[in-house]
Design a protein around this ligand. Structure first.
Ligand code: ADP
Ligand code: MG
Length: 693
């Protein structure tokens, strides 16, 4: 946007320089919050390290530490009335305390506590740091139970703290740092809540019904009622979403400023490609192609995310985008996250390209000089992201397709945009709910393919126990006897690629001698040399191999419509998204396909594993599974830690916070237009961290 077009957005209009200054004055010392946790009494090097493992390094980290839950208070009991072994709360004053080591190198802290009805000895185990605090006259509230005439303390508050409050926060603790300890530390940081300042203009807060930031922090740690905790959470979620959206919008705008070749309308090659497809495009595919045509006609780089379930026909659309570059006399590139995936894409594209008379080359790390030269001249080049960026002069690259977007974070997207400015189509076969997409890919336009090709029959999925795996293999052999092909996925072992390869080799050998004795078995794993892998995939595609025994390297990209059945061994070890990806390797043709998940019996599985398998049996809809995954794993975990940005969302509940997200996005846009000191202040207060870094 040209500078002159920037105007003061209305929600910031109330903010005159004087008010801004006053607000700065009311947040006098935010730097106090950047002090390390070791500045608190009782925190030595050891505890400091243990807190570090929980991500707690500064006082600010403590202030922003989100309770995972709250514990409801129980009414206070008079000391004279203590009886039985239920958990109760007592309140009183400390008369005196003593600390004693025990023989087993633990400590016992005992304190006499009195209320108006009587006195009792309260006992703490292994909390020697408390001794100094239990001075005579200290007011305490203790939650615990009677044990041999003493009161064994489970949680406590000194001088009106949090633990026995109406809703006591339960912090994510660790083996070394207890919830009680965390409560104490947070309580010490809490008085500094106001030092951070607020950062948001009053008008904006009013419009989005947001609390003051300091109040939000207080409500988070000391809620009087669940609604208060929720109010606090909302405000903190808004702040983190605002920072994330600022980063994403900035990225988007950086690109808006870049220029890309505006391509003429679709021509003869595009028409020939469409006409040559052996099927009718779905309406979703048609619509997305139209969206791409519109983007390509603009002199600004396309930045579009194409979301669609496995087998929904994204690659067909991607090739269309690449061919649009070629017919304009320029080049296209398809970038995959790994060489294996690049090779698999290449096998698919090459065939179509040959029919169309378009040169298509694969660029791998092991490419010879001649192959490299060929790749540099080809109209369409397929390779890993890194290889294409590093080794090819891409001045005439007009369209880049980036596969498996979820493996690239904001930074990678920025790098791609910075070095060249081709039109970019990001493709992901891990569809995520729209709200989430807006959060993580807020700098992109989102296209979706939700309809599967009409000829497609949903894959039948069954869950079988190991005792019945003999039946599963019998069924698989029936498919082979009918001229179909199959996959067997090896158990996932959390070790190196090499161990994984060795285990896969052993498994393939076992099957060759046993269940699959009479069939042609191929083995695919990540340790195969690229040319061997390529040759193997080529033979499987050509039908010269009946069964592909594979590690998860077949997860994405393999496209053999004649493969109609898959057995996944020890399926409970895989993640939901991963199993869904694996399953997508079958059901790509018109034949009814099957996916058989072998795992231990229900009773032996964790709840999460059981729910994953149940979800897969229940539905083949990737969007629905993404929601289920979200439920099971929580927001931050959905895409793993690779997904920078998303993993930093601590307060946001993506399913519930849609409106909040949209508010944050609008506010971020206003702030960017307005820029200046307000933006700096917002970033200083909430961010400090670069988004996606
Ligand atoms: P994705 O990349 O989304 O996994 P692909 O583009 O690889 O999906 O398509 C999966 C399979 O479905 C391929 O074999 C492809 O040829 C076929 N296919 C794609 N679009 C259609 C369609 N409209 N009708 C029938 N089959 C299709
Ligand atoms: Mg594909």
């Amino acid at each position: 946007m040209p500078l002159a077009a920037r105007r003061l957005p209305t929600e910031f209009a109330s903010l005159d320089p004087l008010e801004a200054w006053t607000r700065t004055r009311t947040s006098p010392r935010p730097e106090r919050l950047e002090a390390g946790v070791e500045t608190l009494p009782g925190v030595g090097p050891k505890l400091r390290a243990q807190l570090g493992k929980l991500g707690l390094r500064t006082l600010r980290d403590l202030l922003e530490y989100r309770p995972r839950d709250y514990q409801r208070a129980v009414g206070e009991t008079r000391i004279a009335d203590l009886f039985g072994d239920g958990e109760v709360v007592i309140a009183g004053d400390v008369l005196g305390a003593s600390l004693r080591p025990t023989r087993r190198r633990t400590t016992v802290l005992r304190a006499a506590v009195a209320d108006e009805s009587g006195t009792i000895t309260a006992v703490w185990f292994n909390q020697p740091w408390l001794a100094d605090k239990l001075r005579p006259g200290t007011r305490v509230r203790l939650r615990g139970q009677l044990r041999r005439g003493d009161f064994a303390v489970k949680s406590f508050d000194l001088e009106g703290g949090a633990a026995t409050a109406d809703l006591a926060p339960i912090y994510p603790a660790s083996e070394h740092v207890s919830v009680a300890r965390l409560r104490d530390l947070v309580a010490q940081a809490l008085p500094l809540a106001r030092d951070l300042g607020d950062g948001l203009p009053a008008a904006l807060k009013a419009r989005s019904r947001l609390a003051q930031r300091a109040d939000a922090l207080l409500a988070l740690h000391r809620p009087g009622a669940p609604e208060e905790a929720e109010e606090g959470r909302r405000r903190l979620a808004f702040d983190e979403l605002l920072v994330l959206q600022l980063g994403l919008l900035r990225l988007g705008r950086e690109r808006e400023g870049a220029s890309a070749p505006a391509l003429p309308a679709p021509g003869e090659l595009a028409a020939r490609y469409r006409a040559g497809l052996p099927f009718r495009l779905t309406t979703d595919q048609e619509r997305v192609m139209g969206e791409i045509d519109t983007d390509l006609a603009r002199p600004v780089p396309m930045q579009r995310l194409l979301q669609g379930d496995v087998g929904s026909g994204k690659t067909v659309v991607a090739l269309y985008a690449l061919l649009r570059a070629v017919e304009a006399g320029r080049r296209g590139a398809l970038m995959a996250p790994t060489e294996t995936l690049a090779e698999q894409h290449f096998l698919t594209l090459e065939e179509r390209c040959r029919e169309l008379g378009v040169s298509c080359a694969l660029l791998t790390g092991s490419a010879t000089r001649a192959q490299r030269l060929e790749a540099e001249r080809a109209s369409i080049v397929v390779g890993t992201h890194a290889l294409i960026q590093e080794s090819v002069e891409l001045s005439d690259l007009a369209v880049a397709v980036v596969d498996e977007q979820h493996r690239f974070g904001v930074e990678q997207r920025r790098a791609l945009a910075a070095r060249h400015s081709p039109h970019v189509l990001h493709m992901t076969a891990t569809p995520i709910p729209r709200t989430l997409a807006l959060t993580v890919y807020g700098d992109l336009q989102v296209s979706e393919i939700t309809l599967l090709p009409a000829s497609r029959k949903p894959i039948v999925t069954a869950w079988v126990t190991p005792e019945r795996s003999g039946e599963a293999y019998r069924r698989l052999r029936r498919h082979l006897d009918d001229g179909r092909q199959a996959y067997v996925v090896c158990p996932l072992i959390e070790e190196s690629e090499t161990t994984l390869a060795r285990a896969a080799e052993a498994e393939a050998e076992r099957l060759r001698l046993g269940e699959l004795r009479d069939y042609r078995v191929g083995l695919l794993h990540g340790r195969l040399r690229p040319q061997d892998r390529r040759e193997l995939m080529g033979r499987f595609k050509a039908g010269a191999i009946d069964v592909l025994v594979a590690t998860t390297v077949i997860e994405v990209g393999v496209d053999v419509p004649n493969a109609t059945i898959m057995i996944v061994q020890e399926a409970d070890r895989f993640g939901l998204a991963q199993l869904h990806q694996l399953r997508g390797r079958v059901g790509r043709g018109a034949e009814q396909s099957y996916c058989l998940l072998v795992s231990r019996g229900r009773d032996e599985l964790t709840d999460a594993a059981r729910e994953r398998l149940e979800a897969l049996v229940r539905t083949t809809d990737g969007f629905e599974l993404a929601e289920a995954d979200l439920e099971l794993r929580g927001e931050g975990q959905l895409l793993g830690t690779r997904q920078a940005g998303l993993s930093e969302l601590r307060f946001t509940r993506l399913r519930a916070d849609r409106e909040l997200l949209e508010g944050a996005r609008a506010a971020a846009a206003s702030l960017l237009d307005h820029e200046g000191p307000l933006l700096d202040e917002v970033e200083r207060l909430f961010g400090g961290r670069e988004v996606g870094a």
